[in-house]
Write a protein that binds this ligand. Sequence first.
Ligand code: ZN
Length: 242
Amino acid sequence: MKVKYEEMTPKEFLEAVEKMPVFIVPTGLLEWHGDHLPLGQDALKAYGICLRVAEKLGGGIVLPPNYWGRPGFSTYVGTLTFSDGLIRTLFWELFEQLRKVGAKLVLVVTGHYGPCQVDCLKGVAEDFNRCHPDVYVIVQPEYEGIEIDGEVPADHAGKWETSMFWHMYPQLTVLEEFKPGRIKVHTYPDAPYNYYRESPVWEWREDIRIVSSPELGRKAVDIIVDNLVKLVKQKLEELKRL
Ligand SMILES: [Zn+2]
């Protein structure tokens, strides 16, 4: 079963929309994530989760990962962040386009967190849902509603992100590059849209090499995927009853 939007032929696309008019949108950022994870980790993590959600759902169409979002460690090496207006317009128009091609339900999974990003995207979805009762947009960071052994599986390049990424992309995880304690990060002092005033010194509170594992990542990803699948199924049932 094909689930990737960009790989479908027109016939496959029309059949996929007919079978399940659900579009799954992975979004993140190009952002510093320690020395051991790639800059695209947030979007790639969300993408890996979205593909697994579609597989488990047995349908739905997954968009390519989107890397444009709100801050973000804007001054840190490799990080690209954008203004509220641009991101609102981008997502509003994306939702309109997905509605045009037949979406009834849109699930946006943001692998990049922080109120700056999450409130922005949730705000767009709320406005969109109010204006278009024939489509429903859900936006959430993947950890929303999840607790694993009393912990919310969310951090910045820490135990949870590293473990989930390691499980899904072992070839892109380079723990040999990790240095514990205080590290100096290459920064750009003149960053536009600079929301946070970051210190060029980052301090790891844990040794990521000791606390992370692909097994923990698998556990977290499986729980997150099951939760999102449940959410989509529930919403589809609700929409059918309307
Ligand atoms: Zn992250």
